[in-house]
Every structure is written in structure tokens, then in C-alpha cells.
Design a protein around this ligand. Structure first.
Ligand SMILES: [Zn+2]
Length: 364
């Protein structure tokens, strides 16, 4: 795709991204179901999760794409969804009884405000837990919390020294799990899973139930950014069981599909990812899915940007220049502004979607 065309799809505000998404559905004559969050966005705009259906309404094969589960990462996912809409009927031309469903901005608040979390500081990929059961205790996170989010920003050398000492003692995997695995004990902390199902959780579950009425086979590509080498789309297995569906995912998307449970992924097992909703809301559907995770900046830089942004959320009185820099750094960590990155994202996403559609045809 030419850079100017890509630039018209990959935008830099939620309002523009949503408008582009909606106008493309209109051009294609596709209907949209809008779920309003009911609070205004950064620029006063309406915030919503928008769902569109491309293909036969009673299709038994469905490819689902989702953008913005992690708010600010939605710029990338929205660009991909817009590209797929702009590609028109091309993708589905040899795929009878197949539709593509796009869920745009699962977390519209974070998308608009350039945050990874939602309006309640919840990381949606840690929020799909069973809240009727006791919530997991995360003593490692609790030990780190005050060091991750000190009173002053940037943190003191002593703070960083103490934090690094703790992480080094634990080793890389325990350290990554401690920080990013998800926690329910610190509502003002990082990777917070919440104490009840968030708005996005409830709405997304209802969306899943509605569009899978006729669906027998579901392929899902959930688009994320921030982990792994720059411009590389890691295909992370995202089903709840590791047996038949992992074999199927590797048949569709290649042997390179990674797994968080075996340690082959840049990511780690987390409590309550959004994919938990499939078994609960549409258990009869044969489901195969991946997270498509695009690398951006080195992980140390990404974590620094996340800590800074969380500090800013807790210190709204920060100097405007500092606040502006923190937001710019956060966007850069999840959405690099370069033609080359966008080009690589688009090519790999298009390939993964085409493979998903092919997989749906081949695996009845
Ligand atoms: Zn993400």
C-alpha cells in the first residue's frame, strides 16, 4: 500500500480514527452497531465501541478483528481494520459463507486519552476473570508497587537501584510476571485487573453473543502493540486450551505461532485475558485465535513510558511540559510514527487475516 494511502488509514486521534472507520463502513454500505460509553473523550468527542459486519449476516464462518483492547494500541488496530474495510470484497471473494466482524475500540477511553488502561484504570486483558471466585493474590507486585510508582517522577537513582535489585534477584520471567501478570490489589497500580467486570467486558460479551448466533467457526485476530522487535508481528496463540486449537492455529498461521505458557512468546501468562469470554459466551463455537502483537520500542523504554503515564494519572497537577512529554513518549512507545512501521504492520496483518479466512474454509 502506498504511504499516503496508509497514512490516511493510520491516524493519530481517536476521533479521526473512529470517523475514518465509520466513513469506510458507510462507503461500503455496511451497518454499524454503536455502544456508547457515556463519558466524553479527550477532545470532548463521544466514546464508543463500534461493531461492523462485512459479509453474509448468517455466515457460519466468522473472522473477528479487535482493536484497542489496550486503548492507545488501538491506533494500530484501527488502521488495520480501516485497511481491511478499504480492501472491499477482495478478501472474501473466494470465501463463501464467511464474514468479517470488526470491533473497533474495545477500550475507547484509553484510545482517546492515550492510555493503555480504561476509564477505571483497568487493564482489560486482566479483567476477564471469574469475579465469583477469590481473586488471585500477587505478593510480588505488592512488593514492587511503591518502587514502580514513586512520589516523584522521574524516580530517584536510589529508587531505581532498589527496584532493579529486586527484579534481578527474581530473574527475568518472575520479574515480568510480577510487573505485568495482572493484579487486583492496587486500584492505582499498573496492570490492574479491577474488582468487577468493566463496561468494555460487559459490552464485548454481549457483542460476542449477538454475532455468533449463526457462527460455527470463529477465527479471531486481536491486534496489540508494544512487545517484541520493532515492526515484527508476533502471532501469540490466544485460546484457552493448548491441544487441538493450538495445532489448528499453527496450521492456519504457521509453526511460528508462539505460546505464553511454554515461554516461546515475548508475552507471559496473564490473569483474565479477553479471550476468556469465548468459552463463556459462545461455547458451541469452534474457536481459533491469536493476538497479533507488533513490536515498537525496546521493552525497557515501553515500561518506562507506562510507569510515567501512570504516575501522571496519579499526579494531575504535573507541569504541563512534563505532562505533554509523558503523553508523547507513551504514544511513541505503542505507535511509532514511521511509514516503514505502518507498512510492515499492514502487510503482516493482511497476511494474517487472509490466512484466518483460508483456515476457516479448510477446517470444517
Ligand atoms: Zn496490548
Amino acid at each position: 500500500m502506498k504511504p499516503d494511502v496508509l497514512n490516511s488509514l493510520f491516524l493519530r486521534s481517536y476521533r479521526d480514527a473512529r470517523q475514518r472507520f465509520l466513513s469506510l463502513t458507510q462507503e461500503r454500505g455496511l451497518s454499524v452497531t454503536t455502544h456508547d460509553l457515556g463519558v466524553p473523550g479527550r477532545d470532548g468527542e463521544a466514546l464508543a465501541m463500534d461493531v461492523t459486519w462485512d459479509g453474509p449476516v448468517d455466515a457460519s464462518h466468522v473472522l473477528l478483528t479487535t482493536s484497542g483492547v489496550h486503548g492507545v494500541e488501538g491506533f494500530c488496530g484501527s488502521g488495520v481494520q480501516c485497511g481491511l474495510l478499504a480492501s472491499g470484497v477482495e478478501l472474501l471473494k473466494d470465501a463463501p459463507d464467511t464474514a468479517i466482524v470488526h470491533v473497533h475500540a474495545v477500550n475507547p477511553y484509553g484510545f482517546s486519552h492515550w492510555r493503555r488502561v480504561n476509564e477505571d484504570n483497568i487493564d482489560l486483558n486482566r479483567n476477564f476473570v471469574d469475579f465469583d471466585q477469590p481473586l488471585p493474590q500477587k505478593p510480588d507486585y505488592a512488593a514492587l508497587h511503591a518502587l514502580l510508582l514513586p512520589m516523584q517522577w522521574p524516580p530517584s537513582e536510589a529508587n531505581e537501584f532498589a527496584m532493579r535489585a529486586m527484579l534481578t534477584e527474581w530473574g527475568p520471567r518472575r520479574a515480568q510476571l510480577a510487573v505485568t501478570g495482572g493484579q487486583h490489589g492496587h486500584a492505582d497500580g499498573l496492570f490492574y485487573g479491577g474488582l468487577k467486570a468493566s463496561w468494555s467486558n460487559r459490552v464485548f460479551r454481549s457483542v460476542l453473543r449477538q454475532f455468533t448466533v449463526h457462527c460455527q467457526q470463529l477465527a479471531w485476530i486481536d491486534i496489540h502493540t508494544g512487545l517484541g522487535p520493532y515492526g515484527v508481528g508476533e502471532r501469540i496463540f490466544a485460546c484457552n486450551d493448548g491441544g487441538e486449537s493450538l495445532t489448528r492455529a499453527r496450521r492456519w498461521w504457521g509453526e511460528g505461532v508462539t505460546s505464553v505458557t511454554t515461554g516461546s512468546s515475548n508475552s507471559i501468562p496473564m490473569t483474565g485475558p479477553i479471550q476468556m469470554a469465548v468459552d463463556a459466551e459462545c461455547p458451541r463455537v469452534k474457536y481459533t485465535g491469536i493476538c497479533l502483537e507488533f513490536g515498537t520500542v525496546p521493552s525497557a523504554q515501553m515500561h518506562w513510558a507506562l510507569r510515567a503515564d501512570q504516575w501522571l494519572a496519579l499526579h494531575p497537577g504535573a507541569l504541563p511540559a512534563q505532562a505533554k512529554q509523558i503523553k508523547a513518549d507513551l504514544l511513541a512507545a505503542f505507535y511509532p510514527d514511521s511509514d516503514d512501521w505502518r507498512q510492515r504492520v499492514w502487510a503482516q496483518s493482511l497476511e494474517a487475516c487472509a490466512q484466518g479466512i483460508l483456515g476457516l474454509q479448510s477446517d470444517d
